[in-house]
Design a protein around this ligand. Sequence first.
Ligand code: NAP
Length: 453
Amino acid sequence: MSRKLRVAVVGAGPAGVYAADILTKNEDVDATVDLIDRDPTPFGLIRYGVAPDHPRIKEIVKALKRVMANPDIRFFGNVAFGDDIKLEDLRQFYDAVVFATGARRDRELDIPGIDLDGSYGAADFVYWYDGHPDVARDWDFQPHAKEVAVLGVGNVGLDVSRILAKTAEELLVTEIPENVYEGLKKNATTDVHVFARRGPAQVKFTPMELRELSHSPNIDVIVHPEGFEFDEGSMEALKAAKSQKLVVDVLTKYLATEPSGAPHRIHIHFCQSPVEVLGEDGRVVGLRTEITELDGTGNVRGTGEFKDWPIQAVYRAIGYYSDVLAGLPFDAAAGVVPNDGGHAIDLDGSPIPGVYVTGWIKRGPVGLIGHTKSDAAQTIGMLVDDIDALEAPEHAEPEAFDRYLDSRGLEYTTWEGWEKLDAHELGLGDAHETERERVKVVPREDMVRIARA
Ligand code: NAP
């Protein structure tokens, strides 16, 4: 090729940045990448998914920043695929498009009462406490909601439980925006009840995150003995995966520990499958679970026995779900764009020329941030193998895309813009009386104004 390969990566979270990095470092290809994101900021889930009291995970940003220093990679934020631009638009400017749009919604839970006031999706709560611009500034904490249910025993369930059980003061040292700090002061939760529909060997927590719950002086972790059981399938799972064994060791320690009398408690209940959210006058007043039993394989069956729990709010943390991408097929059961290891495929199974996927939109919403690297390597490998078959875009010069966005009146942000906003947020942190590292700016218009100043 006499010019550089032009690739658009839609989604500037870790999956997208890793894809851009791997492609621009490939010795067989001379490529430039434009990362396009609906948020005015890069880093997707690191900024708007990782909990604010997990600064260690947020450190991944440092490595992503080094990637973005590459002049062959540009960032266009505040440009929403599907609303502001379509696939046909991108095809005018790029040889190939890689979608790395992740999964940002809550998976639905189809049980009666799930739509009552006081029943929330974990992803919405995470967006709120992480200061995403598109969610309401206030969270609906009710003064009477002292006992709260969290459904699902993955790391998102742990994040939500921990944030609900910590005090606003404990979280003030983090990057939470002012509205979140003010909101958390209204959180009356004293007891978080986390429900696993299976046994302890089937939880999806990771050991470090589970251990961390007890680091807060305000929280006692109470593992309840009912359902703390292991069948043959459980024993096999523990033998097969060391990390699962470590998780069960931590749970066993919690089970044997007397509560210290801390003001807040996180209770973990096993073999309780949620079947109904109970309501009165349109608001949550309880949760009904069916007691389950392990069936020998690590799965469970219902016992036909039910239990009602007096709780005043429910957070479902049963997994994320991806948005449908305009103009592309969608596998609704798996929540992914159908693909053949990274190359998007049509409903008839044929590859869609020049369209690739990576990250959670490719393989579903599981796995840690680091896992998206190997994923991106596979997808980019496929793209590179296809180079000779890619159709050249009408406008291959990089400036053509900027001109197009300008002609559409789109107020996009750039990497330089992000650096301005980054410096602004760090400055707000410095200026704060408690000298916080960063205070996030929340309103989209403020973010865009600062970035484009
Ligand atoms: P997850 O790990 O898949 O956990 C989902 C949980 O929901 C499972 O316990 C699952 O139970 C349960 N569940 C699903 N459907 C249910 C239903 N109908 N009723 C009751 N329970 C149900 O998902 P996640 O917590 O959203 O996490 C997504 C990924 O992000 C994971 O890989 C996670 O490790 C990662 N993450 C990591 C961190 C961190 O490192 N700190 C933080 C957040 C997220 P079953 O197993 O029985 O299906």
